[in-house]
Write a protein that binds this ligand. Structure first.
Ligand code: NAD
Length: 356
């Protein structure tokens, strides 16, 4: 491991805490700081785990440059996992929090990186791709899901999923827009200040310690609702739960981040689409069936015909570029990811209060 002093923003969140603990468990002598404002309900539950792994926690709000005066820690690597991560952010409530966190906050993290000469890993999103265009992907409807057709008019999409060549013109939600704007900032810092950086545009990520809610974290939400007997809804797209996502298991993502760090000299300046891919995709209906099998619980499933704003019918990641460059492929099927979440819930009954 080339990097020794690592600051992870959003370090108490799902991805940030998971990767912090992954690194601390595999490398001796790292100094890891997890910085977070604990905005997300449930992130505070990660603090004892961070402590148990020798990871220093700092309460910091990335909107506030004063909170990011972490120069004395001399980070040689900054990982930005902090975000308001919901596609629904801003609808009906104004843009201030999402813009100031996801864009202004990234700018503040980049300033820290510039001052300290740190490398930078950025967790971006598949939601940088425009909503209307994603919903123009030609699909076929089967008994349990939508499937991407082989023939497509839009470039950058195939049966393998959505690649980095997918067009970027159009609206994409404030969440997606602030992430894309942050990506642009990263390129300017790379060009102007020589910042080594990698951008990962992830689809749905899932695994234990994800405090999944209706707004974000569908894998944990689906398993928890089954485990604790809470109702769920199929929202939009005909109300039958045929909308599809690919699901990236958190450990597969951690392996990818490891590869990027190990080969930063080669991959600096890259954008990678990274997700579960076609093999690890499921419709909500298929996820329900898997959850019923894993938990043995059948719950009430409501139907809502109206599409949610910003929602897409199908998103599957084409991992061809990241596979060609880094030889990385996701390995975990959806069933195994959901089973890992269920095991976590059963082993940590105190966490149930988040969903009950
Ligand atoms: N989980 C997914 O499915 C997914 C998919 C694609 C991209 N991503 C991206 O990965 C990153 C990590 O997401 P996650 O799933 O861990 O989300 P998360 O909500 O679990 O973690 C984000 C953390 O950021 C913190 N935070 C929010 N506002 C902050 C602020 N102003 N200052 C400091 N901390 C703040 C929250 O308290 C939370 O702990 C995000 O950038 C997200 O956009 C996630």
């Amino acid at each position: 491991m080339h990097y020794r002093r690592i600051v992870i923003f959003g370090g108490a969140g799902f991805v940030g805490s998971s990767y912090a603990i992954w690194l601390a468990s595999r490398h001796q002598g790292l100094s890891i700081t997890a910085a977070d404002n604990l905005k997300r309900r449930g992130s505070e539950l990660n603090l004892p785990r961070l402590r148990a792994h020798g990871i220093d926690f700092v309460h910091a709000d990335i909107r506030n440059p004063e909170d990011l005066r972490l120069d004395e820690r001399r980070p040689d690597l900054i990982i930005d996992c902090s975000a308001e991560p919901s596609v629904l952010a801003g609808y009906g409530s104004g843009s201030e929090y999402v813009v100031r966190t996801n864009l202004g906050g990234t700018g503040n993290c980049l300033e820290l990186a510039r001052r300290c000469g740190s490398a930078f890993l950025f967790l971006s999103t598949s939601r940088v791709y425009p909503v209307a265009l994603l919903n123009r992907i030609a699909v076929t409807e089967t008994a349990t899901r939508f499937e991407i057709d082989a023939a497509q008019e839009i470039p950058g999409v195939s049966r393998e999923g959505v690649s980095e060549a997918f067009p970027l013109d159009g609206a994409r939600s404030l969440y997606g827009a602030t992430k894309l704007a942050s990506e642009l900032l990263l390129f300017e810092y790379a060009d102007m200040y020589g910042l080594p950086m990698v951008i990962n545009r992830c689809g749905v990520i899932a695994g234990p310690w994800q405090m999944g809610k209706v707004d974000q974290g569908v894998g944990a939400l689906w398993v928890a609702a089954h485990r604790f007997g809470k109702p769920l809804s199929y929202i939009g797209w005909g109300g039958e739960g045929k909308q599809v996502r690919d699901v990236l298991f958190i450990d597969d993502l951690c392996e990818l981040l490891d590869l990027e760090l190990a080969r930063m000299d080669e991959v600096a300046g890259s954008i990678f689409n990274a997700g579960g891919g076609p093999q690890a995709s499921a419709s909500l209906l298929e996820m329900t069936r898997l959850c019923e099998m894993i938990t043995g619980v059948k719950i009430t499933m409501a139907q809502s015909l109206e599409n949610r704003p910003g929602d897409v019918r199908i998103y599957i990641t084409d991992n061809s570029r990241v596979d060609a460059v880094l030889g990385w492929q996701p390995r975990t099927p959806v069933e195994k990811t959901l089973t890992a979440i269920d095991t976590w819930l059963r082993e940590h009954p105190s966490i149930a209060s988040l969903w009950t």
